[in-house]
Structures are given as structure tokens and as C-alpha cells.
Design a protein around this ligand. Sequence first.
Ligand code: ZN
Length: 149
Amino acid sequence: MTDLQDLYQEIVMDHNWKPRNFHKMETPTCSSHGFNPFCGDTITVYASIAEEIITDVSFEAAGCSISKASASMMTEAVKGLTITDAKTVFSKFHELVTQTGNAYEDDASLGDLVVLAGVRAFPTRIKCATLSWHALKGALEDEDTVSTE
Ligand code: ZN
């Protein structure tokens, strides 16, 4: 189990140091700013939507390693998906980080996100892990600002 935890830690650190899609988008079709008051994490998620498909997604963030790594993984997981499918992935991810022993621990659509299942043991970190998703949802639903609380 320790080896597995080391691997998980390594994936989180990799996304934290080399976040994917970490830049401001010049002409997004929608964006939303998210704030997690419990940890102080802030994020802006940008998305480009064409015919209900998320053709591009990026983010800018300041905060803890969990929030940044989760945002990086989120952008990889939803790019190319329809809005409906992206929301389905969000609900799977939300279950993954809040419920023990759920069915999504081996779900391919979650990609690297499965490594964040460990945050369920730390309730305050769940908001760090889900912040970017709330911001994505906010962008898709035309809400300028979202908060984890
Ligand atoms: Zn945080």
C-alpha cells in the first residue's frame, strides 16, 4: 500500500509542478472564478465551447498542491467532451472523493483523477480537490463566480 501511496503522491506532485493547460485563454466562450475560503485557493477556469463540446479548457490558479493538481487533471479529463459528459465526470469524481468504496476507483474516464480518492480521508481537502470542478460548472452555467461554500 505504501508503494501505491508513493505513486499517487508522485502523480499529484507532477501535476502540481507541471500543471497541464495552465494559462489564461485569450478568447474563451465562458469562464468562471472560484474561491475556496477554507484553504484560500483561487482559480479561474476558461473554456471554449463549440456545438456543446468543450474544445479547449485552461486555468489559472493560486493555492495548495491538491487544488492545482486537481485542476490540471480536470482539464485533461474534460477536454473534448460534451458538456453533458463533463458534468457526468464531475459527479463521478465528486462521489470518488466523498464516498469510500465506490465504483469509480477504476473508472477510465477519470484518468489520473483517481489518485485523488485519498482526499476523502481529509474532509477539508475535498473542497480543494473539487474547486476547479465547481469553477468549470460555473463557467458552463454562466456563473461568473463560484465558492465551495
Ligand atoms: Zn487547498
